[in-house]
Design a protein around this ligand. Structure first.
Ligand SMILES: Nc1ncnc2c1ncn2[C@@H]1O[C@H](COP(=O)(O)OP(=O)(O)OP(=O)(O)O)[C@@H](O)[C@H]1O
Ligand SMILES: [Mg+2]
Length: 449
């Protein structure tokens, strides 16, 4: 098997050479670079398995570089002794791990091996996921009654041919729900076909969706079937439908109403046999009222709407989701458990990026924790925290008194570790009354305490 190569970027030539010798002694190949410019030159020639990067470089800074590299290579950042803030900001920017100078040989070896192992794990996970994506999508994990309602709707509408519109903020699980609907349908033996309305230009979207004849436009050197044909007998998932422009909106409406379409450059009318499921994180109802989204298309899409609430409105789901992600991201060499204080942080955080953000946070914490360790709150340093002691109540639109009371109670309970006696004292009410409130707002489940 070919040796894995690590690229060491540090302008201290002596230190760089030393590091390279130590890493080569572990059985890896290395390349050295004394500047970011030199590193880029090397990167254009080879693809290292990981990069070790000095936090301070003469011609660039780690934060900027990490932004560019985070999705391509695992990066281990080198920081000066005691500069933990630098290390933390590096991790926040996407570094896989960090080492402090002077580098201890054992620590170097453990870190390098762990980072490579995690990268491999991610690769194989990604492979595994794409292999199985269509037939074995992840289960919908939840305990909240709001998501139970979503599941009920999926079960009810799945087996029909009804068009479904899935609404929810980014990362709430719209794609997962679309897949679940498809899986419940008699079309499930065919693969779900997805088209994303946000990425493509109008003319590209059109040829993707409807296909084209040979010679339909410059470069169309052969006939190509569109996704609508691919989705024949299956489900066509119109992702980010709120992002498509007016011309495409008109074409979508036509195909949904008539079940017919034409390939670009053809005047032959073909029959579509796809079931439509659409999703968007935009308020297309408001858009249809203001005229930025066709109202006839909105009505056509919204016959059956499933709205997925944001994660902050169903905090009970945070713990089971965390455990689910831990179970699926870890191997026996990596941590599997999470400390109570860390979990509390996760439950208290508002998750603007919803379940996707939670998954990323868990994934990072797993990388940060030492093998066999628990995930602790310091591994979640990249979660912005409200300043200690501040009470922040954010609502949009304005809350009713009851909503305000519920949120206040929730935060106070969280702040006092779920201790009802303490919380009652702070609120200036009796313990009896706090039990009544807890009951009223349905806390008391483990997720909320
Ligand atoms: N209830 C859930 N159980 C398990 N995993 C979930 C759940 N909800 C979301 N996820 C996971 O969270 C991530 C984001 O979900 P998904 O891509 O479906 O979100 P989305 O609403 O389509 O986001 P966007 O609007 O950004 O496209 C995925 O990895 C998905 O598997
Ligand atoms: Mg999506």
């Amino acid at each position: 098997m070919k040796k894995k190569t690590l690229l060491i970027v540090d302008d201290d030539a002596v230190f760089n050479g030393l590091l390279r010798r130590q890493i080569e002694a572990m059985g890896f190949a290395t390349l050295g670079a004394g500047s970011w410019a030199e590193a880029q030159q090397k990167l254009s020639e080879i693809e290292p398995s990981a990069i070790i990067l000095d936090f301070k470089l003469p011609d660039s800074d780690a934060a900027k570089i990490l932004g560019e590299l985070r999705n391509q290579y695992p990066v281990i950042v080198l920081t000066g002794y005691g500069s933990i803030p630098n290390a933390v900001s590096a991790i926040r920017e996407g570094a896989a791990d960090f080492l402090t100078k002077p580098v201890n040989v054992d620590e170097l070896e453990i870190t390098v091996r762990r980072v490579l192992e995690t990268a491999e794990l991610r690769e194989s996970n990604r492979f595994y996921r794409t292999q199985l994506a269509s037939h074995r999508p992840g289960p919908l994990v939840f305990v909240s009654s709001a998501m139970r309602e979503v599941q009920t709707l999926i079960d009810a509408v799945g087996p029909t041919d009804t068009t479904v519109l899935i609404l929810g903020e980014s990362g709430t699980g719209k794609e997962l729900v679309a897949q679940a609907i498809h899986d419940r349908s008699p079309r499930a033996q065919r693969e779900l076909v997805a088209i994303d309305g946000s990425g493509l230009q109008e003319n590209l979207f059109e040829s993707e969706l409807f296909g084209h004849e040979r010679g339909a436009f410059t470069g169309a050197d052969r006939m190509k079937r569109g996704l609508i044909e691919e989705a024949s007998g299956s489900t066509l998932f119109l992702d980010e439908v709120g992002d498509v422009g007016p011309a495409i909106q008109a074409k979508l409406l036509r195909v949904m109403e008539t079940n017919t379409f034409r390939r670009l450059g053809s005047n032959k009318t073909l029959t579509a046999d796809a079931r439509f499921v659409a999703a968007t994180n935009r308020d297309i109802e408001a858009m249809s009222r203001s005229g930025t989204f066709r109202s006839d298309l909105y009505f056509r899409l919204s016959r059956f709407v499933i709205t997925i609430p944001p994660l902050r409105d169903r905090r009970e789901d945070i713990e089971p989701l965390t455990r689910h992600f831990l179970a699926h991201l870890t191997t026996r060499t990596l941590p599997v458990s999470i400390a109570a204080d860390a979990l509390k942080l996760l439950v208290a955080y508002d998750w603007p990026g919803n379940v996707r953000e939670l998954r990323n946070a868990v994934e990072r914490a797993v990388i940060l924790a030492r093998p066999g360790d628990q995930i602790r709150s310091e591994h979640l340093a990249f979660i912005p925290r409200d300043r200690a002691g501040d009470l922040i109540l954010r609502f949009n639109p304005d809350p009713s008194l009851e909503q305000l009371e519920r949120e206040y109670l929730r935060q106070m309970m969280a702040k006092h570790g779920g201790n009802r006696q303490k919380t009652a004292a702070v609120l200036g009410i009796s313990e009896r009354n706090i039990y009544r409130l807890i009951e009223k707002y349905g806390f008391g489940g483990k997720g909320d305490s």
